[in-house]
Design a protein around this ligand. Structure first.
Ligand code: NDP
Ligand code: 8X3
Length: 251
């Protein structure tokens, strides 16, 4: 297994994962919408990195672009479904419905569409590994998490159901569920470009880094073929699952 396709390669986890996999000798296809970021990454990573500009919400485009992948980068052994986003932190009764739609289109539909396209090629060879990037938000509710958390709960259950459909096949599936991770564009995107507000999320906090996530993927890929880690929940020591909240009702 030496060819990986990583979505969301232009920033954060995806970029760190690409760097790590290239350093470990893999051929890596990096997908994202921002072409210039992917091109810059290729200049740094060299010819074993293939930049593949792609918007995972554009289904026709995705099918066409996958067909253009050169032979050197086929067949895809490892699919890392990392591209995703949170938009807004407002309560459900005030949230922007367009934000909800974008999260569903990207975190759910984009992920399952790409998986549906690539999975048959793995099944045909009886070999492959799908790593989805979920979130602790898919397991634990928090204020304003509404559709983002629900989209990651989808990814969690989809991962388990994929494994179930793949019973008897040598194809592994893992859902990585990270907690608070700084140094990426996640919160800047969530707050629609407000970098000051985004920075305040991490102020004084000892958060996870993108390299922590890349390290965990490197570890998963190092495991023997007979081992499947179904899910991997990772939090910084500074974060714990919250207790249930009790509050007085406003009359
Ligand atoms: P970043 O915002 O830094 O990276 C997100 C990546 O997704 C970018 O490369 C972006 O590229 C890409 N992307 C977004 N939309 C699309 C699209 N429609 N098509 C293709 N690519 C797209 O965030 P992180 O690295 O922090 O997050 C990566 C993943 O990890 C996400 O799924 C996120 O939900 C999850 N996560 C993050 C945590 C955190 O605290 N940071 C914790 C738990 C999970 P471009 O804009 O160029 O298209
Ligand atoms: C991102 C982590 O805790 O902000 O998925 O939802 S959190």
């Amino acid at each position: 297994m030496n060819i990986a396709l990583v979505t969301g390669a232009s920033s954060g986890f995806g970029e760190a994962i690409c760097r790590r996999l290239i350093a470990e000798g893999y051929h890596v296809i990096g997908c994202a919408r921002r072409v210039e970021k992917l091109s810059r990454l290729q200049q740094q990573l060299g010819q074993n990195f293939l930049p593949l500009p792609l918007d995972i919400t554009q289904q026709q485009q995705v099918s066409k672009v996958l067909d253009l992948i050169p032979a050197k980068f086929q067949p895809i052994d490892i699919l890392i479904n990392n591209a995703g986003l949170a938009l807004g932190l407002d309560p459900a009764y005030q949230a922007d419905f367009n934000d909800w739609q974008t999260m569903v289109d990207t975190n759910i539909l984009g992920l399952v569409h790409l998986t549906r396209l690539i999975l048959p090629t793995m099944v045909a060879r009886n070999q492959g590994y799908i790593i989805n990037i979920g979130s602790i938000a898919g397991s634990y509710a928090y204020k304003g998490g509404n559709v983002y958390g629900a989209s990651k709960a989808f990814v969690k259950q989809f991962s388990l159901n994929l494994r179930t459909d793949l019973a008897g096949k040598r194809i592994r599936v893992t859902n990585i569920e990270p907690g608070l991770c700084g140094g990426t564009e996640f919160s800047t995107v969530r707050f629609h470009g407000d970098k000051v507000k985004a920075a305040s999320v991490y102020d004084g906090i000892d958060y996870l880094t993108a390299d922590d996530i890349a390290n965990s993927i490197s570890w998963l890929l190092s495991l023997p073929n007979h081992v499947n880690v179904n899910c991997l929940e990772i939090m910084p020591v500074s974060q714990t699952p919250a207790g249930l909240h009790v509050t007085k009702l406003i009359e």
